[in-house]
Design a protein around this ligand. Structure first.
Ligand SMILES: Nc1nc2c(ncn2[C@@H]2O[C@H](COP(=O)(O)OP(=O)(O)OP(=O)(O)O)[C@@H](O)[C@H]2O)c(=O)[nH]1
Length: 205
């Protein structure tokens, strides 16, 4: 059994929780409020191999025991860095996060890091309000040697599953054994996730 840790990073409201919830439950939840950072766990079989996936969903608000971005980056084997295509400032934040991941992983093998940083432009369904061209995202990804996706947690279930499956596969192939530093603190079971999801008021988008 292989443990794979993936951090989903990006600025507030870009759809990090929506992407994770979509992947884990198949559902798109219009309003998902979480007041704490948390880790979701899922067992996955990819290419006949079993993986224990841990998905880290940070909390944008100040909260108790909140880990720093540096700690989150040290903890993870793979990174999904999300921006909202209709919010340029979120793209700039994503750019800074990718830069930081690269800085902190300078010691690692280049090939390992290249395949485990995914830059994701979310909310593609809002392309009528687009502030970041697809080409800009592609350019940043190729400059920073990341995999690039543009998708919509709201509309693209299959693409979301493919994206997460691919990062798990890439992280498992990297076979990176690294020192584990302080781990982001929160942890949630699927039961808690489902409770969160269905306990919230849903809003259509
Ligand atoms: N139209 C559209 N809205 C989306 C999409 N993904 C997320 N949203 C909406 O964007 C808002 C923020 O989504 P969240 O998943 O809470 O974003 P987040 O990045 O986890 O936010 P924080 O936890 O505050 O950092 C919610 O109202 C979602 O319904 C999408 O693909 N399309």
């Amino acid at each position: 059994m292989n443990d794979i840790k993936v951090a989903v990073l990006g600025s507030e409201g870009v759809g990090k929780s929506a992407l994770i919830v979509r992947f884990l439950t198949r559902r798109f939840i219009g309003e998902y409020a979480s007041s704490s950072e948390c880790i979701y766990r899922k067992r996955m079989s990819i290419d006949g191999r079993q993986h224990n996936l841990e998905l880290y969903d940070p909390c944008s608000q100040p909260c108790e025991g909140k880990s720093t971005l540096n700690e989150q980056i040290h903890w993870a084997d793979g990174f999904v860095v999300v921006y909202n295509i209709s919010d340029r400032s979120s793209f700039l934040t994503a750019k800074a996060i990718v830069h930081l991941i690269r800085e902190l992983h300078l010691g690692g093998s280049k090939r390992d890091t290249d395949s485990v940083i995914f830059l994701v432009g979310n909310k593609q369904d809002l392309c009528h309000m687009r502030e970041v061209d697809r080409e800009e995202g592609q350019k940043l990804a190729s400059e920073r040697r990341c995999q690039f996706y543009e998708l919509s947690a709201a509309e693209h279930y299959q693409e979301v599953v493919l994206m997460f499956s691919k990062i798990v596969r890439n992280a498992s192939l990297g076979g990176k054994a690294k020192e584990r530093r302080r781990r982001p603190s929160g942890s949630k079971s699927m039961a808690k996730l489902i409770n969160n999801v269905f306990g919230k008021r849903r809003k259509s988008v």
